[in-house]
Write a protein of this length. Sequence first.
Length: 98
Amino acid sequence: MWKFLRVRDERSPAFRRQHPIGPYILDFYCAAASLAVEVDGYSHGVEGAEAHDIRRDAWLRSHGLEVVRIAAVSVMSDPPAVADGLRTLARQRAEGRQ
């Protein structure tokens, strides 16, 4: 998905990959939109992972970030569409913050 998100577009805010915030490393992050994107693969379904994700999301939200979780299967089936949706969301959030 990074192949599609890293393309710079003057209409959309930039994304970063593997961005550290506090004790966490985000899969993707858009600073202009305060948007954290997490791609959830198989490991998110194992015991204890859901509780960890809930704590992580709560911490990120308490620091002003919106958290979007996307199933890895969705990313694998149509990465350009997922990236387009994320860019649209980031653009809307960034415009709303101005």
